[in-house]
Every structure is written in C-alpha cells, then in structure tokens.
Design a protein around this ligand. Structure first.
Ligand SMILES: O=c1ccn([C@@H]2O[C@H](COP(=O)(O)OP(=O)(O)O[C@H]3OC[C@@H](O)[C@H](O)[C@H]3O)[C@@H](O)[C@H]2O)c(=O)[nH]1
Length: 298
C-alpha cells in the first residue's frame, strides 16, 4: 500500500510532461461536459450583447449630428432632406432597377393643373390619392384613371382635416380663376388658410414632403417687372381679389413656418397663367379670355 501511495505521490511531483497534458485535456473535457449549459448561456449572452450594441455602433441617419447631416445634405443634389436621400439614391440606381414607388396625395387633383400632375405621377409609377371637393374640378379630367389600382379619388373639402399615410403632398386645392374665387371669397380664403394648415399638419404628422402651388397673384399689382422670387409684392389686403392674393400669401407663410419650425420639407411653386387641355374656356383667366374672344370673333 505504502509503495502504491508513494508511486501516486511520485507521479504527482515528478509526473512526465505527457501525463500533465492528458490531465489538462481530461480536465477540459470534464469541464465542457459538466458545464456545457454554462458555456451555452455564456455564448448566448456574448452574442446578444454584441447585437444589442451593434446598432448604436452605426448611427441612424436621424441621430446624426446636424453638421454630419449637413455634410450629407451638401453631397445630395438639390432637393435636400431625408426623402431626397431616397431620390438621390434612386437617381443612382443601376440601369433597369425601378425607382421606389411613392404614395402621393394631390389636393385639387381633378382640376386643370392637378389632373395633368396626376397623369405624370401615375405614369412615373407612383400611387396617387386625389382629394377634391369638385368645386371647380371635373371628374372627367381623371376618368381615364378610375380603373387604375394605383389611383384613388376622395371627395373631401381640405378645410376639414384628413389623415392619409403618404410620402408626398401636392397641395393645389383652391379655385384659381377670379370668376370662381370671387364667388365665395370667405370660402376661398378658408381653403387657402385652413386647407393649407391641414395639409401641412398631415405632412408633419406622416413625415411627407410638401409642395404648395402658389400663384403670381402673391405679387399683387407689382411695381417691379419682371418680378424676381425675392420681390415681396404690392398687394391690396382689402380688395375683392384679396381672398386669393392674401390667401395664397398666407399659405406661403404657413408653408415656410412649418419648414422652419417643424422641419417639414417643403417646396413653393408660383404658377403664372397656365393654359392647355382641360382648362375651362369661361373661367375668366387671361389666356382663356384671349382664346374665347378669338373663338367668338371668328
Ligand atoms: O375648396 C376647394 C376649392 C377647389 N378645390 C379643387 O381644386 C381644384 C382647382 O383646380 P382649378 O382647375 O380650379 O385650378 P387650377 O388647376 O388651374 O389651379 C390650381 O393649381 C395651380 C394653383 O396655382 C392654383 O391656385 C390652383 O387652384 C379643382 O379640382 C377644385 O375642385 C377643392 O378641392 N377645394
């Protein structure tokens, strides 16, 4: 017995090298076998902590510092803003890859200008919702789209709010000809002020880009010819046209305040004397008046 003990104690103190290796291997296999669950849990914790930490290692565009965002914006061609990151990327899409289809609302979309805009948006592959109260617009202007699954028509007065999930808002709802906007001047200015306020509120709520179709009437009776966009105008605030002129000026003010104050991405287009198919001959605008007089005097 003593010899046996001595042998084992000898082996402990002077054990050859290969004996120590086999011991460490057997120790490791024992640990692995006995503590397998512990190792699994440890691996799970390591993996989950990596993936939990990973997103914060790559800042989300919205968490970029303003200077970083400005840098990015500076690299994006004209159009600014987050949604132009998509449009800029779309412009760089490989040949044959379609640009992403956008959801667009067009207020006043059955009108003269609006219906042509709807044609272009649908032709470009976007989905369009037209919001219109049919005060001056005509359904036949968009009848050719009624069977299109990417087209929706809603009879709605923009003086009342509406909630739509969209990417872009084109706001054209307003009577444009003096004959129509003088018919009910209080309704005209309500449409310009309340209607624009509702559509800007929607743009802010859903993060949509917003375009206001304004008019040359914001210059009133201009003292500067031709008018630069920086010209402030010369407008009568109490005249019979003020419901439209001042209404559109207020709409522009609201548009810029939502941009400066709420970061809504906006555009303002001051449209002058448009003419073409679908315009009413008797709506009292200058070009239609010329055409009407020519027709009458033929
Ligand atoms: O309260 C209203 C008034 C009008 N509308 C609609 O708005 C549309 C206006 O279309 P119109 O043909 O009268 O006018 P246009 O399309 O020529 O001009 C329109 O686009 C260009 C802008 O500068 C004008 O201010 C805008 O009226 C119509 O479909 C009309 O029904 C509303 O939806 N709500």
């Amino acid at each position: 017995m003593k010899q046996l003990n001595r042998q084992s104690s000898l082996s402990k103190q002077h054990r050859p090298h290969h004996h120590r290796l086999s011991l460490s291997r057997s120790l490791a296999s024992c640990l692995l076998r006995e503590q397998r669950l512990l190792f699994v849990l440890l691996g799970f914790l390591l993996a989950s902590s990596f993936f939990l930490l990973y997103p914060s290692l790559t800042p989300h565009p919205n968490t970029l510092s303003s200077s970083a965002r400005d840098t990015i914006a500076a690299r994006i061609p004209r159009g600014g803003g987050a949604s132009s990151v998509v449009s800029a990327a779309a412009r760089r899409l490989p040949v044959g890859v379609r640009k992403p289809s956008l959801r667009v609302v067009v207020t006043g979309g059955v009108g003269f200008v609006g219906s042509h805009l709807v044609d272009q948006l649908l032709a470009g592959g976007d989905s369009v919702i037209v919001v219109d109260n049919f005060f001056t617009g005509r359904k036949e202007n968009v009848a050719h789209h009624l069977s299109n699954p990417r087209f929706e028509l809603i009879r709605h007065d923009v003086v009342e709010p509406i909630l739509l999930e969209v990417d872009q808002i084109y706001h054209l709802a307003c009577p444009a000809s003096p004959v129509h906007y003088k018919f009910n001047p209080i309704k005209t200015i309500k449409t310009n002020v309340m209607g624009t306020l509702n559509m800007l509120g929607l743009a802010k709520r859903v993060g949509a880009r917003f375009l206001l179709t304004s008019t040359s009437e914001v210059y009133g009776d201009p003292l500067e010819h031709p008018q630069k966009e920086s010209y402030w105008g010369h407008v009568n605030p109490i005249g019979v046209r003020s419901c439209y002129d001042e209404g559109k000026r207020t709409a522009e003010t609201l548009t810029m305040d939502y941009h400066r104050g709420a970061g809504v991405e906006v555009r303002i287009a001051r449209i002058f004397n448009t003419y073409g198919p679908r315009m009413c001959l008797d709506d009292g605008r200058v070009v239609s008046n010329f055409v009407a007089q020519v027709c009458v005097n033929l």
